[in-house]
Design a protein around this ligand. Structure first.
Ligand code: HEM
Length: 149
């Protein structure tokens, strides 16, 4: 199995980066939709319905599959021989940031359900602030995998 993972390493890494791009696009865009949803739409109105469809499709069709693919290919890289040295710092900072990213994904999912029930209590400003979370985590992840401190 480890021989097989070693032979497909460039493919696994390519698929990992492609999934990461799709997942991150959603993680950056969905909180922006929530900002305008919270600020511009009235519960039950036409705009509310349009935002709900956009948010639902983004989460279900793009973000959930790409998060799963990122995890599958990322874990395949972890089990590829010679890639991760757990004695270094970078695998731990990356793991912590990736868990944070996964938490943020689920946090967005719960917020979508609140919008769906007409129970959102958060302001556009609070969604603007939360929008910075994936940016900060992305900085930690990229420095971890590229600088490899
Ligand atoms: C979800 C769980 C994840 C796991 C288990 C994981 C694991 C890994 C591993 C083991 C590598 C190989 C490093 C190497 O080849 O030297 C890697 C590469 C990479 N990861 Fe992840 N990763 C995950 C999520 C993410 C996320 C969320 C991002 C971006 C925000 C990301 C960005 C990258 C990039 C850009 C590379 C390529 C670095 C290079 O050029 O070597 N990963 N990942």
């Amino acid at each position: 199995m480890t021989d097989f993972l070693a032979s497909v390493y460039p493919w696994t890494k390519s698929l990992h980066v492609m999934s990461v791009l799709a997942w991150m696009a959603g993680l950056f865009y969905l909180p922006r939709l929530y900002v305008y949803h919270a600020e511009r739409a009235t519960t039950g109105g036409e705009l509310d319905q349009v935002f709900q469809v956009m948010e639902h499709k983004l989460l279900r069709l793009i973000m959930n599959p790409s998060m799963i693919a990122t995890w599958v290919f990322g874990l395949a890289l972890v089990f590829t021989p010679g890639i991760v040295n757990w004695g270094s710092v970078w695998p731990w900072t990356k793991a912590a940031a990736v868990l944070g990213m996964t938490w943020f994904h689920h946090w967005l999912g719960y917020r979508r359900k609140e919008f769906m029930r007409g129970e959102n209590t958060r302001t556009g400003r609070s969604y603007r602030i939360m929008n910075e979370v994936p940016t900060l985590l992305m900085v930690v992840i990229v420095l971890s995998v590229i600088v490899k401190f």
